[in-house]
Design a protein around this ligand. Structure first.
Ligand code: MN
Length: 321
């Protein structure tokens, strides 16, 4: 999915100054963002008080939406730079096309991982014949400087490793959890896991004390470290934990997001992550002039134009919020 915000703001993020070194319980409320005509998403990252969790730099939660009589998701071709996109569905399907020629239908609990490296473009749409409900999350992972110019590539993994405990099925999306390792390519120490909890479950999840964590709720009634987290909300947990208590009042679907705190400072704008405003301006120019980002074949519609850059040049704001 794309950041379709027409008033895209420049965001400075990354750096140790944003990271909370000890365990905390900081509930993040979503910002409602309209994507196209029919889809509204809940944006959890970047958030007013929190821009990243490990290398996770962007989190949208959408649905469940009844799209039985609608076109559903229609995100025209748009570019990415300096990041990986992770598409994660609980219901429905998304058809992915990209400038490498990939054409892939993505289904619930399958990993679609697109590494933009220096430049890629893609589109995402509900197939013409689709399931009634669409429910998922769209996430971005910032690439560290050493890897942000890698060749763009797209990976689809229908089979992912699973960790189980009574009442818990944890699917490892990216990184490793309790010894189970995702086949998706990661460029920094990271974890993304889907947590399916059965009603009445009380369990503890093993964590890495050096990692920073957050939990997104997608469905059901669950408590994370004693805090009720409603669907569409995210609880930031800080660092310094070796385990996480979870409790489910009903069947619940959560996402665990975490990783080593991201040391590098980033400039994020629209669908790009760079290190300076100049890089962002050059990427915007390249997209608008039809160079660098390739072409998406087969999407029925025009590519997405980039919004205007804010008129005031970005002043690096260092490590403060
Ligand atoms: Mn996208």
């Amino acid at each position: 999915m794309s950041n379709l915000d027409r008033q895209a703001a420049l965001t400075v993020c990354g750096g140790r100054g944003f990271v909370v070194a000890e365990p905390v319980r900081e509930l993040l409320s979503p910002r409602r963002v309209q994507l196209g005509e029919s889809t509204e998403v809940r944006r959890l990252l970047p958030n007013l008080g929190r821009r990243m969790v490990g290398a996770w730099a962007f989190v949208d939660h959408y649905g469940p939406d009844d799209i039985a009589d609608e076109a559903g998701m229609q995100v025209p071709p748009h570019p990415h730079m300096g990041l990986q996109t992770v598409s994660w569905l609980h219901d429905g399907e998304v058809l992915h096309r990209d400038s490498l020629g990939s054409l892939q239908t993505v289904r619930p609990r399958e990993l679609a991982l697109m590494t933009s490296g220096r430049a890629i473009s893609h589109s995402e749409e509900s197939p013409r014949r689709h399931a009634r409900f669409l429910h998922g999350a769209q996430l971005w992972v910032a690439l560290p400087d050493a890897h942000r110019h890698v060749q763009p590539h797209f990976q689809h993994h229908a089979e992912l490793p699973v960790v189980t405990a009574p009442g818990l099925t944890a699917t490892v999306i990216l990184g490793a959890l309790d010894g189970a390792v995702s086949p998706g390519t990661a460029y920094s120490p990271i974890i993304g896991a889907d947590l399916a909890l059965a009603r009445g479950t009380e369990t503890r999840l093993p964590l890495e004390p050096d990692f920073e964590y957050a939990v997104l709720s997608m469905s059901g009634e669950a408590e994370v470290d004693g805090v009720p987290v409603l669907p569409g909300s995210m609880l930031y947990l800080g660092c310094g934990r070796s385990e996480l208590p979870l409790r489910a009042e009903s069947d619940a679907g959560l996402m665990l997001l975490g990783g080593e705190p991201f040391e590098e400072e980033l400039v994020m704008w629209w669908n790009f992550i760079g290190r300076s405003q100049q890089e962002i301006e050059e990427a915007r120019e390249a997209w608008m002039s039809g160079s660098r980002f390739g072409e998406v074949q087969g999407y029925d519609g025009a590519p997405l134009p980039a919004p205007e850059l804010p008129p005031v040049p970005l002043k690096p704001r260092g490590r403060t919020r």
